[in-house]
Design a protein around this ligand. Sequence first.
Ligand code: AMP
Length: 329
Amino acid sequence: MKKRIVSGITATGNLTLGNYIGSIKNLVIKQNEYDIFMFVADLHGITLPIDPNELRENVRKQLATFIACGIDVNKTKLFKQSDIQGHTEMFYYLTTISNEGQLKRMTQFKDKLIKNNNKTEQIPLGLLVYPILMAGDILLYNAEGVIVGLDQKQHLELTRDLAIKLNSKYNLNFKIPEPIISSFGSKIMALKTPTKKMSKSDSDLNETIFLLDDPKVAKEKIMTSLTDSENKVYYDKDKKPGISNLLTILSVIKGITIEECVNEFKNSNYKEFKKSVAEAVAELLETIQKKYYSLTDEDIQNALDKNRNKIQQEASLNLEKVMKGFGMR
Ligand code: AMP
């Protein structure tokens, strides 16, 4: 039996090179080997206020981008989170066995707290509790693994804790999901501030490469990314975060190791090196976009319809188990 894994991406903003490297590329590679449940997380998309039309548009764009990146619905169960009944219900059951302290310690919550000048009373409650929704997304399919970027490891820890609690308190037998960190082991950093994560919600668009960026614009972003004054290409995440980030990006796109990449550019100056990275990124975007712009709404609808029943069956089965465990049945 194939190992089952779950992966979701929040339907806010446009997908980035960070999403591609930290998550999508891995899923594309692993879809033969694993039973993958992959979803566009529109319920996570409303954690912070968002215009409904923008959310709808994001969902469509993300589904099309996944397909354009190589997600194949004959192998992967691709869906929209809110299409499947059970995610919000599972969330509620899990809140009853969660505690506030653990949620408040989440790095992502703390980061957002700082961005909001530490004013907790103005932070939507969703931001505190969404890791529980994420735990529900995983347990609803009783997944053995979750493909996550390094940034999400802490959230998976919470899922594991909740699964253990569910099993011991309610005599259930949910699998304790393991993190499958991107085999590229990478957190892609922002281009101008390479000490922070590249994020689709960054207000400065030059920090991020979007998969739907005009390839020329993407090239320019790489060429003007922050490096250092040493002008020697080698990997040192602490001393040379900018160059190290570009090395990671290039090595993943080319499918070679960082060492091989360093070796190739050890005699190059930064301009030459950046040019190679820029070209590799532009080429990747061109390939993805060619497919993306050829997809019709009907293609996307067909992709969603393909596995809907199987996905719902699995979700209902696991929700029923929890309901029975809690005494609702
Ligand atoms: P998000 O965009 O936060 O919903 O994340 C969706 C997936 O993409 C998660 O598995 C993240 O770990 C991954 N991801 C997002 N940004 C990055 C990044 N800068 N580097 C690596 N992985 C990322």
